[in-house]
Write a protein of this length. Structure first.
Length: 367
């Protein structure tokens, strides 16, 4: 799916300003990646100690009072009999899949199933330690941020709603990795068009991430995260918005986009009309008939008015109004044709200008 440039710019403009002002990622993800990448060793002699060291920053990102995947792993590995099983689960999770997202989806689901089997056996009453496909995918992002995307359900859903995605990425155990990554890839494909943004991001990586090449994947997540927490979305996409409000906002966004397109088409048509205007006919010396005063002859005039002699009685009329209103007709068919052409031109121009005024007013009222 190709993202609408105008819609995307409403997010990227404030985000770029934030980077220019020295803004950084706010939720600890980058620190967690740094810590994990520096300390992770699947073959560590003391695997539980290594795991604790590698995830000490990630715990603040991944664990909540309701769900504690990292805390659960540490609790499970307090039982020596479970350490090697956990090690092998991680070894299998981190296997190379050559970019096959269906295989990756299968691995995160299998990882969660295997580890949760241990919890059911060893810690059956600790539901908060449950591992999900979503938390397993976060482990992948910690180890290989250049090939994965961090996933926060609320932030992902807000982005999807704003850009018109119909997919449901699920949460926790129902996390759909392939669909979420496809949406992230759509944003990723747009980023090379923004030279200043990618330059600022690369500089930030040098300062905070030892210059790692994240393939812009961290930038994708940070844009989605910042849009959500910093209020880059219009009303209806705030973190407290209901599903009904978001649906309404999506509809309104589509209506605004459609109205802008209609305005552009009308403006183009008006410009083309004004580029080839129909000349106001010169009626000097012509015999004309006025609906009220009858037959008369147009006299020479130096201003924007017609002076018509009706049997010695002279009357003065607005030239454009007299022609466009239909009050005057010309005896000469050729002159009459010129008058009709001017009437048609003026009517079309006035109609376009009136419609544009109404449409622009409606767009302004839509916000």
């Amino acid at each position: 799916m190709s993202l609408n440039t105008e819609t995307l710019n409403t997010i990227l403009a404030p985000y770029i300003r934030s980077l220019t002002d020295g803004g950084t990622a706010e939720n600890g993800v980058w620190e967690a990646i740094n810590c994990f990448g520096t300390n992770w060793d699947i073959d560590a002699v003391d695997f539980p100690a290594m795991f604790a060291q590698a995830t000490q920053q990630a715990r603040a990102v991944m664990d909540t009072p309701a769900l504690q995947p990292i805390g659960g792993m540490q609790a499970l590995m307090m039982r020596p009999t479970e350490v090697e099983l956990v090690r092998e689960c991680f070894r299998w999770l981190f296997n190379d899949d050559d970019g096959d997202l269906k295989k990756r989806q299968g691995r995160v689901e299998m990882f969660a199933d295997q580890v949760n089997g241990c919890f059911r056996r060893c810690l059956p009453r600790m539901a908060k330690f449950t591992q999900t496909a979503g938390s397993a995918a976060l482990y992948l992002s910690l180890l290989e941020p250049e090939d994965n995307y961090f996933f926060v359900p609320a932030e992902a859903k807000a982005w999807a709603a704003y850009f018109g995605y119909d997919e449901d990425f699920g949460t926790g155990a129902a996390f759909n990795l392939t669909q979420y990554y496809a949406m992230c890839d759509d944003l990723l494909n747009e980023l090379p068009k923004y030279d200043e943004l990618t330059r600022l991001h690369t500089e930030r990586l040098k300062n905070t991430m030892h210059g790692i090449n994240d393939q812009l994947h961290l930038l994708v997540y940070d844009i989605m995260h910042s849009a959500y927490v910093n209020g880059y979305y219009p009303k209806g996409f705030s973190r407290t918005a209901t599903a009904k409000e978001r649906t309404k906002a999506v509809k309104q966004k589509a209506e605004r986009a459609d109205l802008r397109m209609q305005i552009a088409e009308k403006e183009q048509k008006l410009q083309e009309l004004l580029a080839s205007p129909t000349a106001l006919p010169d009626l000097t010396g012509c015999e004309v008939t006025h609906k009220m005063f009858g037959v008369g002859k147009v006299l020479p005039s130096t201003d924007q008015f017609l002076v018509i002699d009706f049997n010695g009685q002279q009357k003065k009329f607005s030239t454009t109004t007299s022609i466009t209103s239909g009050y005057l007709t010309a005896s000469d068919p050729a002159v009459m044709e010129q008058m009709q052409d001017y009437q048609a031109y003026t009517k079309e121009k006035d109609q376009l200008e009136k419609e544009l005024k109404t449409m622009k007013s409606n767009l302004l009222n839509m916000g």
